[in-house]
Design a protein around this ligand. Structure first.
Ligand SMILES: [Zn+2]
Length: 319
């Protein structure tokens, strides 16, 4: 595995968006806090376009080894079979968010039914929900674990192990769901343009990314869960992602926080080893902290917590 090198000092680091060499340091000595893979990375900031990115850049093959089989997105399960009490508690946790921002992802009109592409489909939960509501679904994921699970969970969908760059189809989609994926990819500009080309005129893109200008990011610093080094390659500010989408030809429809109530408890777990001087086993500590902090954390949405942002944009009918 690559280690952080002195590429910044030698001036070889290039912005992945505007290709400028005017690069500053955002954070030094970042490590894989979630899975403790070896290595150190630096977060760099482009002085020209303000994008923040992880350096050194790992190849797609190298990056795959940083996604273990127990990576959370590959193991999401449906909540249908949860006990009634758990279902009620989940609703209660979401209540502050829904009274301010409405439902979580709604696949009903104004999105309507049609062809949906889920990029980074994980275990296929969104496609399952969409198919039940009358959508025809396609899904891609780079992980063989995720693709195997999604094919089992959603046999009706067309699922392939593919990158967005490598995904070739004649189909044009009415909705592309691109949630918690763009920050994992090397070329944000090219990937947003690819989404634009894959959409039918009037088609919509829902993109969800961590927002480094949020108060959570400021409070937790490099131990904020949204940085997730080295899996997150690009770290977006709200205005930077919006500008990238608009430069690709999209029109803005909506920007709101995405619901992710466990982000505060997960960041606290990542912070704990520094405070308590011992290592907290992530999976065990997560359950405890999640239960303890989830209700006060959910109230932060009423106060405008935008640690993760969900942006809905539309491809114009004529451009
Ligand atoms: Zn740049």
């Amino acid at each position: 595995m690559k280690q952080a090198n002195s590429s910044l000092e030698t001036g070889k680091v290039q912005c992945p968006v505007c290709k400028s060499n005017e690069i500053g340091t955002y954070f030094q000595n970042c490590t894989d806090l979630l899975y403790q893979h070896p290595g150190k990375w630096r977060l760099c900031e482009c002085k020209k376009c303000n994008i923040v990115f992880t350096d050194p850049v790992l190849s797609e093959e190298e990056l795959l080894s940083y996604y273990p089989e127990n990576y959370s997105a590959y193991n999401k399960k449906r909540s249908d079979n949860y006990p009634v009490l758990i279902k009620l508690l989940r609703k209660a946790v979401r209540f502050p968010y829904t009274i301010r921002f409405g439902d979580l992802l709604s696949l009903e009109p104004p999105f309507g039914k049609g062809r949906l592409l889920d990029i980074g489909c994980g275990s296929g939960l969104i496609m399952k929900q969409a198919i039940e509501q009358g959508w025809k679904c396609w899904g891609i994921d780079v992980s063989p674990f995720a693709v195997a699970k999604a094919k089992k969970n959603v046999p009706e969908a067309t699922i392939s192990q593919d990158t967005l760059e490598g995904f070739a189809t004649e189909t044009r989609f009415d909705l592309i769901y691109f949630s918690h994926v763009l920050e994992h990819l090397h070329n944000p500009k090219e990937n947003i343009s690819k989404c634009f080309n894959l959409l039918a005129p009037g088609g919509k893109l829902v993109v969800t990314v961590p927002n480094i200008t949020s108060f959570e990011a400021k409070i937790f610093g490099k131990r904020w869960i949204g940085f997730d080094v080295p899996r997150h390659l690009i770290h977006f500010r709200e205005d930077v992602i919006m500008q990238l989408l608009q430069e690709s030809g999209f029109c803005k429809l909506k920007l709101r926080p995405a619901f992710f109530a466990s982000s505060i408890s997960e960041s606290l777990i990542l912070l704990l080893p520094e405070i308590l001087r011992y290592k907290v086993l992530y999976s065990q500590a997560a359950r405890y902290f999640y239960g303890l902090i989830i209700f006060p954390a959910s109230v932060t949405y009423l106060m405008g917590n935008k640690s993760i942002i969900e942006i809905t944009v539309q491809k114009p009918y004529v451009h």
